[in-house]
Every structure is written in structure tokens, then in C-alpha cells.
Design a protein around this ligand. Structure first.
Ligand SMILES: *[C@@H]1O[C@H](CO)[C@@H](O)[C@H](O)[C@H]1NC(C)=O
Ligand SMILES: *[C@@H]1O[C@H](CO)[C@@H](O)[C@H](O)[C@H]1NC(C)=O
Ligand SMILES: *[C@@H]1O[C@H](CO)[C@@H](O)[C@H](O)[C@H]1NC(C)=O
Length: 347
């Protein structure tokens, strides 16, 4: 009995501290983190990690995207603004390491591919200056390694490949690259490139039918060889076969209010995590079994404060932590999974 009381007292102190922290945080940048869970049957919870980053004053611009190198425990944030560092590098426990901005104009999306021998930070750049309309690869210290597209020139061309507001990309361990182009602009397409940058297949033109897009904004892969695209303007996720580019299906029933801005999978592949920008909402969706995708079903939601505007997110493949780039709140926040650790009286 005494133990039980001790435990309850501990939980109360913990909750009190959480509240206290949220009320009297006193951070120089207002950190908006009001959120709530709508809970249904599943066993995955997320809680805001208030200790990430250690100091939020590094966010001096509008934070558009975030990428995670889970192999090396690094988190990259890209922000827009004048005369500021465009890329910030943090450790996954929240310490700031370094910043760079050489050749980065207007970052939109980001992806890190990391092997034991090479760490690559890919950035899509929607700027109209001399580095814009490109998809670029950097090393961890900001040295430019590869440029795809025609710098400073938007276009629809395939040879050489051109972009107009490339939104995001996903790079497989094999080196194959999936690019969504773009965030408004001339193109509405999904392109798969080989590791030596040859076009393997291309889907899409502007429109609302199957395999057509209206602002393809985010792209990811699942472990069953399916490519998932957040087709934001058409308020749906579209799914393709990664080898053939063949259209597999679409989910719209979860997005009647607003289309998805970002799409990622949890490390176990059981859930998708999506953002809805203007709704300031993160949703956890149940991943479908192999084959046909059926209907979309929301497992839980994290409602952020009004005007936080979550744009793109990334999931740490090792820990399952979710990092969300918020263009309204001008910060990146980290949510950590909290599996089955919730006392029954809280549910
Ligand atoms: C690059 O970042 C530095 C600070 O780290 C800043 O002084 C400089 O103005 C930035 N350059 C551009 C072009 O934004
Ligand atoms: C693309 O199609 C949508 C309707 O499906 C339309 O609202 C939009 O203006 C079109 N965009 C372009 C660039 O043609
Ligand atoms: C969000 O709202 C703004 C302003 O009303 C609008 O321009 C934008 O298209 C909206 N974005 C989405 C994804 O609905």
C-alpha cells in the first residue's frame, strides 16, 4: 500500500512539474505546445520533449524542414530568412553543434541519407536566386557535393532535368532517389532517379485523377515497396509501386478538411505520421497490409495550438522520435513515443 501511495505521489509531482514547466517556461521564444490526444485502442502515445533543443534561440528564421541522421544521432533544421544561417545542426539530445548557409537560398524540404562511410544532407531549394530550383546534396559540414536541376532556372525539362519549386525527396539505402516537384509551380510530378541520377520513371501532371497531382508536397517509402506521396492540393495520399511507378491507390477519407503536408512512417512500419498545416494537427494513421491499401484510418491526433503550422516532419528511424518543423511557431519540436507507459488512470 505504501508503495502505491509513493507511486501516486510521484506521478502527481511529475504532472505538476509538466504543468509548471508549461506555464512558467519563460523561454525567450514563445514555445507553443498545447496539444491533446484523442485516444483509441492503440498503444502508441507521444509526448513533447521540452528539453529539445536545449536552447531555442538558434531558431532565427522560419523553420521549414527537419531531417534526422539516426546513425549518428544528428538532427538538421533548415530555416528561411535574411542574413541568417540556413542550416542548423543539433544532436538528437538537443545540443547545437554548427550552422551553415553556403549556396542555400530558400530551403523547402530535406532528407539525410547516412551510411557508415558517408553522411549526406539533401535539400530542395525553391529560391529564385542563383542556387534556386535545385535539389542539392551536402556533407554534414555544408560542403556542396551534388546539384540536380538547373541552378537559378525553373523549368519542365527532363534532359537536363529541371525543377520548379521541388518540394521534398526521399533517398533509399540503394541510392535511388524519389523527388516530388513541386510546391506549386510548373510541375506536378514524382520522379524516380537512379543513384547515378538517370530517370527511372516519372509520374504525374497537374490534375485530380489517379496519378495526377496538385502540389505533391512530401514523399516517403514503406517496407513493402510502396511510394507514398502527400498530394496536398488534392487532399489525399497517393501510393505507387516503387519499381514500376504503377499507381496503387489513394487515401482521401482522412483529409476532408485539409490535405496532408508531410508523410512519414514509424520505424516499425505500423503507422504513418502526417501533418496538416493550417489545421495545426499531426495525425497517426494505421498503415495498411501488403498489397491494396484499403481505406485510411486515424489512430490518434496531436492537436497543436492555433497558428503553429506544422509543415514537414521527420521520424528518427532508430528511436521513433518525431521532429516537426513549424513555420508559424518558427521552431522545431520533438515528440517522443511513450509506449504503454501511461498509468491506467490517465487514459
Ligand atoms: C550566413 O550566416 C551568417 C551567420 O552564420 C550570416 O552572418 C550571413 O549573413 C549569412 N549569409 C546569408 C547569405 O544569409
Ligand atoms: C492544377 O489543377 C487544379 C485542379 O485539379 C487547379 O486548381 C490548378 O489551378 C492547376 N494548376 C496548374 C498550375 O495548372
Ligand atoms: C493555408 O492557408 C493559407 C492562407 O489562408 C493558404 O494560402 C494556403 O493555401 C493554405 N494551405 C493549405 C495546405 O491548405
Amino acid at each position: 500500500m505504501a508503495r502505491l501511495w509513493l507511486c501516486a505521489a510521484g506521478a502527481a509531482v511529475f504532472l505538476f512539474c509538466l504543468l509548471l514547466h508549461s506555464r512558467f517556461c519563460g523561454c525567450p521564444v514563445s514555445r507553443k505546445f498545447a496539444f491533446q490526444f484523442s485516444w483509441r485502442k492503440e498503444e502508441v502515445f507521444y509526448r513533447l520533449d521540452l528539453g529539445w533543443p536545449k536552447y531555442s534561440e538558434y531558431f532565427t528564421g522560419v523553420t521549414f524542414c527537419v531531417a534526422v541522421d539516426s546513425l549518428n544521432g544528428l538532427v538538421y533544421v533548415a530555416q528561411r530568412g535574411d542574413n541568417i544561417p540556413k542550416v542548423l545542426v543539433f544532436t538528437d539530445d538537443g545540443y547545437f553543434l554548427r550552422a551553415w548557409n553556403y549556396t542555400v537560398d530558400t530551403p523547402h524540404g530535406m532528407f539525410v541519407s547516412s551510411t557508415p562511410h558517408e553522411q549526406s544532407v539533401w535539400i530542395t531549394d525553391v529560391g529564385s536566386g542563383s542556387y534556386g530550383h535545385t535539389v542539392k546534396k551536402y556533407n554534414s559540414f555544408g560542403d556542396l557535393v551534388q546539384v540536380l536541376g538547373t541552378p537559378g532556372k525553373k523549368g519542365t525539362g527532363l534532359n537536363p532535368l529541371q525543377f520548379d519549386n521541388p518540394a521534398e525527396l526521399y533517398v533509399e539505402d540503394t541510392g535511388d532517389i524519389y523527388i516530388v516537384d513541386g510546391d506549386g509551380g510548373l510541375n506536378n510530378r514524382l520522379v524516380k532517379l537512379s543513384q547515378d541520377f538517370m530517370i527511372l520513371w516519372l509520374r504525374g501532371e497537374n490534375g485530380s485523377g489517379p496519378a495526377k497531382f496538385n502540389i505533391p508536397h512530401s514523399v516517403t517509402l514503406d517496407s513493402d515497396g510502396r511510394v507514398w506521396v502527400a498530394d496536398r492540393g488534392n487532399k489525399r495520399l497517393q501510393v505507387f509501386d516503387k519499381d514500376t511507378g504503377e499507381w496503387i491507390g489513394a487515401w482521401s477519407n482522412c483529409f476532408t478538411e485539409e490535405g496532408p503536408s508531410s508523410v512519414r512512417f514509424t520505424p516499425n512500419g505500423k503507422y504513418l505520421v502526417v501533418t496538416q498545416l493550417n489545421l495545426s494537427r499531426l495525425s497517426i494513421l494505421a498503415a495498411p497490409p501488403v498489397g491494396s491499401i484499403g481505406d485510411c484510418s486515424v489512430v490518434s491526433t496531436i492537436q497543436l495550438a492555433d497558428q503553429v503550422l506544422p509543415h514537414l516532419l521527420e521520424v528518427d528511424r532508430k528511436t521513433g522520435a518525431i521532429y516537426v518543423a513549424e513555420i508559424g511557431a518558427k521552431q522545431v519540436q520533438k515528440y517522443v513515443p511513450w509506449y504503454n507507459h501511461v498509468p491506467a488512470f490517465l487514459v
